[in-house]
Design a protein around this ligand. Structure first.
Ligand code: GCU
Length: 692
């Protein structure tokens, strides 16, 4: 069966416009002298062949020695391996680059113009290759190049929420799981392209399966379904099948990780307990880790969702998160692996916002050295906008990981365009203690063992992400994980040009669409004042988070006759007081609380006046309708690209916008009717139907 061709995303390597093609591109890149040592170098040579062919219209000549007769060439290798590299760079400076770092330099060597790409490690050469090709794709000059790059964050993971034996993805909106676990050890060609996409933006770890390693919804009443869950990947026969996939990722500098079930000693092994304080359990994990590393020597480690949403954990054995995480950590330690222990734990509080800090902050300093506590950006759950989790900046003696959601679970599920990069920038730039010696969130993850985890990898859809424009979220996640100082405009421009080419009208229009997409979604799904989680859930846990249904979750918005919002301040549950004083004070007072979070922290009367003189309820009405108008504008802008973007992508996105506008209207109508029902206050502009 012929498969539909799938998309190259931002690795299109479209020919650089002939007229403006810098002559030096040919001088430096028509001949490539690349080292041939490690498997990573195979990936490097193949990418250069493909990329330069695409960009210059001709494959480069690949040499195994310096092509002295050529006018110039590209030299790729470590200083130890290649004389030309050794002679052309400051070797000490290269050697002191962080893992993954690289150096690009144009110079002259024995009468030839040489572009040197070097790094202390082979992995750095992989990243450097993609960086160089990006540089060329963007039409940037290579003359006088002298650039050192290294990742700001040590760990840069993508967390797949794929359910191995069902081939489904939790919160995935791009078809089936990309990975066909049943077919392993056979490898699909797409895996290579996926590894290329990840490496091109500097990702260095991939978690293959869902954190829900057992599926605790109503399906689990059927034992056969429960057998088809990710916990099984720790069984020896499945581990053996993973070795080829892990080797493929390794060529691209990416380590493989697994989500594991805390009850594995019982489920996978034959112990009758998984108590982390039991010696047999300790031994079981240690032996399992030995087995894993025998098969996959560079295995990254285990991700664990414990004591959360039905997954087993240390609480089952009267132990705590430190006991739980540390028993796994001790097993992985001799092999250089890590435990990523998720902090998404709630349930013992009526307001889940309160629990995370309360549970984890007292444990600061007690986790083993190779444990990373993985914390979602906000205290609730990947809502279109949330305050920062108070854990950040307040567990100085723990390695933290920032968990962001790449997939659009609450932001339109890849039917709607919603660019997450501006939201993530807000998170990363946030000052965790403005009047103390706090750090910005982005400064918390540079030590080894800290980093970012992006949830939701692509699926089997030909366009990888379901919505073409959602590709930008994967791109932007990787770029920010590598360098959180990059600004949104730079990332967007890079992505748009590599994905859609350099036509100025296309670049401007797509950039504007991306820029306004998140604010539109925030407005029509929340009203823009800090409300959230007003969507339909449905019976099965895995549905639906897409349609509006504000009646279903009263605890999240607190709507009543007298007002709306949730008191999370000193008057009530004290959530605001979990932050350092300067932030606590700011959030605690409705006068100083940022308007976009106002109703997250305060229950206020419907007629409470905001800075511009409008009431809370009128502002909610206005914002909901403004969101719809903005969605319509996005659709019009996209439509203006008819004929300028290839038919396939143009039509696909245009159709998604049609659906988005309908759904935005549905949201605005539902929310505004709900606000009116509770407040009894009519919309000043008469857009909300009134009681007769
Ligand atoms: C959310 C999401 C679930 C997921 C959970 C988690 O609740 O809706 O699908 O399992 O987060 O992060 O563990």
């Amino acid at each position: 069966m012929a498969l539909e061709p799938y998309d190259d995303c931002w690795l299109r390597y479209g020919e650089v416009d002939g007229a403006s093609l810098p002559e030096s591109y040919r001088t430096y890149c028509a001949n490539v002298y690349a080292s041939v040592g490690a498997p990573e170098l195979g990936a490097v040579r193949e990418e250069l062949r493909r990329g330069i062919d695409g960009l210059l219209g001709r494959e480069p000549h690949l040499w195994q020695h310096p092509p002295r007769s050529a006018e110039g060439f590209l030299a790729v290798g470590t200083p130890d391996e290649m004389e030309v590299v050794h002679d052309s760079v400051a070797v000490d400076a290269v050697d002191s680059l962080a893992d993954g770092g690289f150096h690009l330099r144009t110079t002259e060597w024995e009468g030839c113009d040489v572009l040197v790409l070097t790094a202390p490690t082979d992995r750095g050469l992989v990243y450097g290759t993609f960086h160089l090709l990006r540089h060329l794709s963007l039409g940037r000059s290579v003359d006088d190049l002298d650039l050192f790059e290294e990742p700001a964050n040590a760990e840069r993971l993508v967390n797949h929420w794929d359910n191995p034996f069902r081939r489904s993805m939790e919160r995935g909106y791009a078809g089936q799981s990309l990975f066909d676990f049943e077919a392993l050890p056979n490898l699909d060609d797409r895996y290579v392209d996926y590894a290329r996409l990840l490496a091109s933006v500097g990702i260095n770890g991939v978690v293959l399966n869902n954190v829900n390693t057992e599926i605790p919804d109503r399906e689990s009443a059927n034992p056969a379904m429960s057998e088809l869950a990710g916990w099984r990947l720790l069984e020896s026969r499945y581990l053996e099948d993973l070795t080829g996939l892990a080797a493929l990722f390794r060529r691209y500098g990416i380590r493989t990780y697994l989500s594991v079930n805390f009850g594995a000693p019982e489920k996978v092994g034959d112990l009758e307990t998984s108590d982390p304080t039991d010696e047999r359990v300790e031994r079981w994990w240690a032996e399992k880790a030995d087995e894993v590393y025998d098969l996959i020597p560079d295995f990254g480690g285990f991700v664990v969702k414990a004591d959360s949403e039905g997954q087993p954990g240390p609480y089952n054995y009267d132990a705590d998160h430190v006991d739980g995480a540390n028993v796994l950590a001790r097993a992985l330690e001799p092999h250089g692996g890590r435990v990523w222990w998720r902090a998404f734990v709630y349930g013992s509080h009526s307001d889940r916002a309160v629990q995370q800090y309360e549970t984890f902050e007292p444990l600061d300093g007690e986790f083993h050295d190779n444990v990373t506590v993985q914390v979602k950006n906000g205290p609730i759950d990947f809502q279109p906008r949330e305050p920062i989790s108070p854990v950040f900046g307040q567990m100085p003696d723990t390695d933290l990981g920032l968990e962001l959601q790449i997939t659009g679970e609450y932001t339109g599920q890849h039917v709607h365009a919603c660019y997450h990069v501006p939201m993530w920038k807000e998170v990363l730039e946030f000052d965790t203690d403005p009047e103390g010696h706090g750090k910005r969130v982005k400064e918390l993850f540079s030590d080894p063992g800290t980093g970012l985890a992006g949830v939701g990898g692509p699926g089997a859809d030909p366009n990888w992400t379901g919505h073409y424009l959602a590709q930008a979220n994967l791109y932007g996640y990787g770029r920010l994980a590598w360098n959180p100082d990059l600004d949104t405009a730079t990332i967007t421009d890079e992505w748009v040009r590599q994905t859609f080419g350099h036509d100025p009208e296309v670049v401007e229009t797509v950039t504007d669409v991306m820029h306004d997409s998140w604010p539109a979604v925030v407005d029509y799904t929340t009203g823009g004042l800090g409300l959230m989680h007003m969507m339909y859930n449905g019976e099965a846990r895995l549905e639906n988070h897409y349609d509006p249904n504000p009646e279903e979750w009263p605890g999240y918005h607190g709507a009543s006759e007298d007002g709306i919002g949730v008191d999370r301040n000193a008057r009530a549950n004290g959530f605001a007081q979990q932050y350092p004083d300067a932030l606590a004070d700011r959030y605690d007072d409705p006068e100083t609380c940022p308007e976009e979070l106002l109703l997250f922290f305060h229950h206020l009367p419907w007629d409470h006046e905001l800075d511009d003189g409008r009431t809370v309820v009128q502002t909610l009405y206005d914002n909901c309708f403004a969101g719809v108008e903005l969605a319509e504008t996005l659709r019009e802008r996209w439509r203006s690209l008819d004929g300028r973007v290839d038919e396939r992508r143009f039509r696909h996105v245009a159709e998604r916008f049609d659906e988005q506008v309908v759904q935005a209207e549905r949201w605005a109508e539902t929310l505004t009717a709900f606000f009116y029902d509770h407040s009894g206050v009519p919309d000043e502009l008469g857009r909300v139907p009134r009681d007769e």
